[in-house]
Design a protein around this ligand. Sequence first.
Ligand SMILES: N[C@@H](CCC(=O)N[C@@H](CS)C(=O)NCC(=O)O)C(=O)O
Length: 266
Amino acid sequence: MFIISRSRVQSSFSVFCRRYSQTFATMSSERAMKRGSACPPPPGPGKLRLYSMRFCPYAQRTRLFLAAKGIEHETINIHLKQKPKWFVLEKNPVGLVPVLEKDGEIVFESLVCNEYLDRVYPEKCLTPSDPAEKMRQSMLLSVFDQMVMSQYYSYLRGSHDNDFSALSKKFGFGLQHLERALTQPFFGGRQPGALDYNLWPWFERFSTIPNRSEELSARRVPRLAAWMERMLEQLAVKACFLPYELYSQFVRSFQAGNPDYDAGLE
Ligand SMILES: N[C@@H](CCC(=O)N[C@@H](CS)C(=O)NCC(=O)O)C(=O)O
């Protein structure tokens, strides 16, 4: 059965994290900015800013890219239930995080953000250069989005009681498809690449879904189970990892209809 050993992850990454945030996060608003807050001045010339939410898996995709590529940036967290007007008017009309801002340029949608990072910061490129491989990864991500990710949102919304068996079937089927596609240590080959980081945030969260652990067991999906273990060893994964208790605290507040975006902050 796959259970993320959080103490192992937390102990080894806390020092890295402190160093990482001191080095790369030059200006941060950890507390979520709300309606009524003043729009922060644009980042200085050449500086990169991420608009994020601490518990958002899509934003975590981009945070993983930033960490894996070692890109200096600042972070501003957004209160997604009481969004500041300026966020929707000036940053993303759809009102979703993540958003990147650099030199007057705005980029939103997690996959677009990550491709942007690979183009603008081409060192340690995570996106495959081979068009066939890039398409293969996009199709796998689409299978994941449609068959596997939905399970997570059904749980989060508390709607799994209605159609649990259908969702469960889809979940297992989608996972088996990914299992067959994983023929190397990582989806990206010998090292994690774009697909690994774009999938990871949900795998980190799946272990919090009751009764779903069996679908992710080494018995059912041996390659994926080994991949999860390898992913947990990556510095970028450790740097963006959410402690289980903190995440559960957020989920409880979300399910109660009052998400606490500042959960765990002093
Ligand atoms: N397709 C978007 C999805 C991003 C997304 O759904 N973000 C959520 C937080 S996890 C959000 O900003 N929600 C705010 C809202 O729904 O108003 C992406 O890939 O960036």
